[in-house]
Write a protein that binds this ligand. Sequence first.
Ligand code: ADP
Ligand code: MG
Length: 649
Amino acid sequence: MERPASVVKELLENSLDAGATDLRVEAEAGGRRLIRIADDGCGMLRDDALLAFERHATSKLRDVKDLLSIATLGFRGEALPSIASVSRLLLETRSPEETTGTRIEIAGGRMLRCEEAALGGGTAITVRDLFYNVPARRKFLRTEQTELAHIASLVTHYSLAHPAKTFLLASGATQLLNVTPVATLKERVYQVFGSQLLDELVEIGVREKTLAGPAAPEAASGPGEADEPANRTFRLSGFFSRPQVQKANRNSVFVFVNGRLIRDRLMLHALSSAYYNLIPHSSYPFALLFLECDAEEVDVNVHPSKTEVRFRHGPFVHDFVRDTIRERLIESRPAPTFTPGVRPFSAGAQPAARLPYSEFSQALANEEPAGRGDGAAEESRADAVPVPEPAPADGVESAPEFSLRPPAAPAPRLDFTGTPLEVAPGPPPSGKLRRHLDAHGEFPADALPPPEMSLSVLSELRPLGQIHESFIVAAGRDGLWIVDQHVAHERVLFEQVMKQRAAGRVEMQCLLMPLIVQLTPEQQIDYARIADELHASGFETEPFGQRTVAVKSAPAAIGAANVERILFEILETVEGEPAGTSLEDLRRAICASIACRAAIKINTRLDAGKMEWLLRALAATDCPMSCPHGRPIAMHYSTREILKAFHRI
Ligand code: ADP
Ligand code: MG
């Protein structure tokens, strides 16, 4: 039992396993002194309640076979005994089958009291003085605020996994989370985070994919199992953020596999790959992913705190998750709006949603599985796709300040909310004055385009001009657009070059004179490694003496003057990359370099025809929302926002 949040996790999971629909958590003083979880689940019979504190005495699994397909969140029968051994614990429970309930008190693992009590249905467990008898462990508790933040993050995320249930989290007199049952995940996301975050998310819907091919050999090998093949359909649902939401660490990524909150590198990697070339390398999205599959497809018994899983068909799951998210991202072609995408959560968000997620998720990630070196854990990596080490997350050690105040909203990147011509901005006038002002003309309500705009409207835009000879300003049916000309062109070229490369038809130009490029010893090694791919991408090179190469031709898109720079840039990108870097990643990196160098620069005057061409070409790309390095391309100021700013609606 690592820390208060782990206690809450175990107790919450027990309540969920018991079928509770109403879960109330109280965590006082950072959970150090008191954690109480009350549920309306099935409760326990007196004898079972006693048994629950015997290690491994209870089991939700009926036979050994069940171990291969664990459907409950808990299964080891360890949590209650270990919590009871390091705290003062009070259990109050009543099963509907009994008229009186049971109250059991344990301190440091010793039973102090077991008596009948008049209790309502369900179970309440109160844990006090965690680690009071293990001073060495107590010292390692973080600050109370930090511990509370972990707990809040945890309860929040279980609440997201169960929209139909009530969750209440209180700390003293403060309610950190209070959500009542709703029908959909979307409503729950709204309850927890408010409307602003919801606006920045794309809903996956339910996407599924069935693993084709013969049943895995293990599945068919057991006697009597051959005739009951597992259902190998994987289902993915949830939400992920549009590319303009860019987080500095992975802490806003939440993954549930069959209802279990986990940190899984395979899933994290799949998510990052989906955003490849859409957000910067060092950024992470917000994501709430629910993967459902047959229990046999996932081994949950590989980590002591059950936070990691091992997929039987890891590569399949990885590609399914990556491709689904990527497809949805491309389908939704989301346009960033001027509402600053950097504000983490809107005013409507619950206090718990504003807590730093970092600490808890970090804690999960840092909990080293005891058996990391053992065969099972190793194997789980081996059968997965190569997954790079997770990047160090921000603020791992610095404990976040827990504050109930919403964080100050950072300044919007482009602020149109100020209305410079208005002398005294105030609330919109009402009554007679309003009618008078309305003589300015009612805006026909049906002229308003639907609020959900996609970037496909780019092709209909009318360019009005440039700002700083760098940004195209354009008017459309749905408002005003500003497009970064360099990154827009970069996206167009990138997709064009990628397509040519995929078809093996890269346009090349012969250089008048071969370009002689001098390499360092490291570059020489990198060069040798990627020479074939370079060639296929349009760089015809050949070794020319010691650490020197001669470039004879280059991709047609780039000017001869840029060839050397691009070559070095590509070598820099692959420098130090593990030898196993996928060919696909290398190809993308090369195409991104070519596109970046060849694209129209900022500070370049464009005539109307060029601007129009660029907007049309951008609209025709697969991902018009961000450049291959992940920067946003177009900003949208909707008619609705313009009308709001002028008090017309
Ligand atoms: P596990 O969840 O691995 O079975 P735990 O130590 O977490 O083991 O819990 C022991 C047993 O206590 C559970 O198997 C369950 O039968 C019972 N139990 C614990 N919490 C509850 C609860 N809130 N409602 C009903 N039964 C519970
Ligand atoms: Mg349990």
